[in-house]
Design a binder for this molecule. Structure first.
Ligand code: 3PG
Length: 209
């Protein structure tokens, strides 16, 4: 499963984190992101439209790998898998989420912000994790400090990352990719400016070293 999640995260340097209000615009948004090279897309379960949006993107957007974010319990996990998610992202670690992941073919990217959480997840068999909220929890300097004592663990930092600071993370040996909402700003989505989103996605994709 580690390999499964790694192969998805390695598709691109930036995983867009989306909060979507309706399934139709989520499809257009996902198409715009894929056109810019960002094929792995996380739709957060924070709106009533999220599950329908995952279903629609999975069915209609060619080349997209749609994952579900903000998974807080096993019920969310199961619903997200049923909707067609190819990966699951959680802001932290919870026993019910780990149990759901164990029973599922769809891999989990669990969240961590401390060495103890990293160690707990290592014991549960994970070596790829989200670092959340990245900027607030210590930023690139924190991950750099973890790279030697917690060697062999790889991260997708998310939270407070943008084009400005993404390289600070991407240049670290223990970072696979970063996550962020900056590639899908609310204003552009509301205006249906899909060309503008594709441009942001292309800029993000170009961060690939
Ligand atoms: C979130 O909390 O919505 C995600 O982690 C993305 O964070 P960001 O909006 O700071 O990129």
């Amino acid at each position: 499963k580690t390999e499964k999640v790694l192969s998805i995260l390695k598709l691109q340097p930036v995983v867009p984190v989306l909060i979507v209000d309706d399934a139709k615009s989520a499809v257009d948004l996902a198409k715009a992101l894929v056109a810019g090279g960002l094929r792995a897309i996380e739709i957060t379960l924070r709106t009533p439209a999220a599950l329908d949006a995952i279903k629609a993107v999975a069915a209609e957007v060619e080349g997209a790998n749609v994952g579900a974010g903000t998974i807080l319990n096993s019920k969310d996990y199961e619903a997200a898998v049923k909707a067609g998610s190819t990966f699951i992202v959680s802001p932290g670690v919870a026993p019910s989420v780990l149990a759901a992941a164990k029973d599922s073919a769809v891999p989990l990217l669990p969240g961590t912000a401390t060495p103890s959480e990293v160690m707990t997840l290592r014991e549960a068999g994970y070596d790829v994790m989200k670092f959340f909220p990245a900027e607030q929890a210590g930023g690139a300097a924190m991950l750099k400090a973890w790279s030697s004592p917690l060697a062999g663990t790889f991260f997708c930092p998310t939270g407070g990352i943008s084009l400005k600071n993404a390289k600070d993370y991407l240049s670290l040996p223990n970072v696979v990719c970063v996550g962020g909402s900056w590639v899908a700003p609310k204003e552009l989505v509301a205006a249906g400016d899909w060309a503008g989103i594709t441009k942001l996605a292309s800029e993000a994709f170009a961060l690939k070293g």
